[in-house]
Design a protein around this ligand. Structure first.
Ligand SMILES: [Zn+2]
Length: 127
């Protein structure tokens, strides 16, 4: 992800992203990530450890939830939100955010719109 966009997310969700080093996703998912982080931010003490694109879908991994007496949420609560955005990512182009679908880019699965898939194919033509 573009460093400026990435820094925006790190600045907006400092606690949630405290344990995260970088975001392994293209710029097209910025808005999707922003919304996902906004929802996940409601869970006090939740820390994400990895955010990436894998098999054409957004994956969000988090540290085990501290099972303290004052914990007001469960794994199910977090997984419901993570799962919802994983589903949404499957139809959002990773490059530009417009509607897209899962395509194979040299064996690597990505979600791309028709235009960005064409650009990818042109760039890698003859490889
Ligand atoms: Zn696109």
């Amino acid at each position: 992800m573009n460093i400026e966009l990435e820094q925006k997310l790190f600045a907006k969700y400092p606690e949630l992203l405290k344990n995260l080093v970088y975001i392994e996703s293209d710029d097209g998912w910025f808005n999707l990530l922003d919304k996902a982080f906004q929802e996940l931010n409601q869970f006090d003490g939740l820390r994400l450890v990895q955010v990436k694109s894998k098999f054409a879908a957004l994956r969000i991994y988090y540290l085990p939830i501290a099972m303290e007496a004052n914990n007001t949420y469960t794994y199910e609560d977090v997984d419901n939100i993570v799962g919802k955005y994983e589903q949404m990512s499957k139809t959002a182009c990773e490059a530009c955010g417009r509607p897209g679908k899962g395509v194979s880019c040299g064996g690597w699965l990505m979600t791309l719109c028709t235009d960005d898939f064409e650009i990818w194919q042109q760039r890698h033509a003859g490889e």
